[in-house]
Design a protein around this ligand. Structure first.
Ligand SMILES: [Cu+2]
Length: 225
């Protein structure tokens, strides 16, 4: 019985499937791409800053204005020309609103959101309200996330910054039926997931499972039924 509980704990740990979301910040004009995403708690969001944008979180009712709980990427100047990306952990499925605080980018529509409602407080309503804000503001220093290079992101998440990994594909596909687009990510994840827990504090909570680990967990779960 005790052994079974250990197996259960191992299986549950491995089956916690997190997802990595990549958002381009100003790559193509004054916008976040994609503008909205629907991450779950435990997921990781990677903001790739392009010159000379930034990203600040806020509340729906205060577009373009930072507050005590805002996370902030810091200025583009600190990203080594975009090589370092701003990595934020998702802690809930509540809506999170954000904008670029450079000049009048926020007022001009450079806003985005996680899990925005489809009625009422929509991303369109947020963008509309942003238009009339007199001046955008940002915290004085980066906070609420980390600036990391791709290699560090791989060791943290077991995934490349590519958003090819999908929750449904990971949980339903067998290793042999993995899509071709994600094969590179899969192999990276397989080698990265084992080492990440020991090398990075807190990595276990958001580590993406390697394919082998997932298969093992499924096998264990099947065995226990
Ligand atoms: Cu901007």
């Amino acid at each position: 019985m005790y052994i079974k509980q250990l197996f259960l704990a191992a299986a549950l740990t491995t089956v916690t499937i997190s997802e990595v979301h990549l958002i381009d910040v100003g790559e193509d004009g004054l916008r976040f791409e994609p503008q909205t995403i629907n991450p779950k708690a435990g997921d990781t969001v990677i903001f790739h800053l392009y010159p000379r944008h930034n990203v600040v979180s806020t509340n729906f009712n205060t577009p373009c204005e930072s507050n005590d709980r805002s996370w902030f990427s810091g200025p583009f100047d600190q990203t080594e020309d975009g090589k370092k990306k701003f990595v934020v952990n998702v802690t809930s499925e509540n809506p999170v609103w954000y904008y670029c605080a450079v000049q009048r980018h926020c007022q001009q529509g450079m806003v985005g959101a996680w899990n925005p409602p489809s009625n009422g407080n929509t991303i369109e309503a947020f963008a509309d309200a942003a238009r009339s804000v007199r001046q955008a503001s940002a915290p004085s220093n980066r906070r609420g996330g980390e600036l990391l290079e791709d290699e560090q992101i791989v060791s943290l998440t077991g995934s490349n910054a590519s958003p090819t990994e999908s929750r449904s594909a990971s949980s339903t596909n067998s290793p042999s039926s993995a899509t071709t687009t994600s094969s590179e990510t899969e192999s990276t994840a397989a080698t990265g997931s084992g080492a990440s827990a020991s090398s990075t504090p807190g990595a276990a909570a958001i580590a993406a499972p390697g394919t082998g680990g997932l298969a093992l967990a499924v096998a264990l779960a099947a065995w226990m039924i």
